[in-house]
Write a protein that binds this ligand. Sequence first.
Ligand SMILES: [Zn+2]
Length: 215
Amino acid sequence: MIVVLTGAPGAGKGTQADLLSALKGFRKVSTGDALRKHVRMKSPIGLQAEAVMARGELVSDDILFEILRQELGPKAEEMILLDGYPRNVSQAKTLDSLKDVHPVVAAIHLDVDPHELVNRLSGRRVCASCGATFHVTMTPSKVAGVCDKCDGALQQRTDDSEECVRTRLSVYESLTKPVLEFYKEKGLYQRVDGMGRTEEVFGKLKGSLDGLRLA
Ligand SMILES: [Zn+2]
């Protein structure tokens, strides 16, 4: 069975999916990771995707779905946490076509207040030398602007500037809202409060997933 995980950039979805997939009975499937893997391996579908991206275009729904289908594999006992898919209603409907083998049992929305998202993303600082990530308030470096690991200079990525963050969030929302509506209509939507510390959110998410497995 599949649990679709959704959440805005900065909501902590990736972190939570990684924590959960370390537990027995859960497996994370990320279409983004799978796509990068295919490109790296130069598989037929990876080469196809690479050509599309080189033209500056988005990888088509067909290519993404083929990658997802391979990643899901045959019917599985474990609960699959799907990260990065579906991004639109058309993808959600295609995913539905696998329901005999991989039914979607819930779409969990990791919900974080937009002000908090802006704060989380715009406070991020990345070391220009080693790539280590810090946050000005949540995980600050010992010396402001200097990397703890290599003394490199900490910088803000262009797309983490407050203005870019707001644009990213509104793009995300306009794309994802119809997908959430799609799952609401099917009675599969669940909201999990994504505010608070990582461990707290993890506890809430785990509770929801355990409830699904018992159902
Ligand atoms: Zn560094």
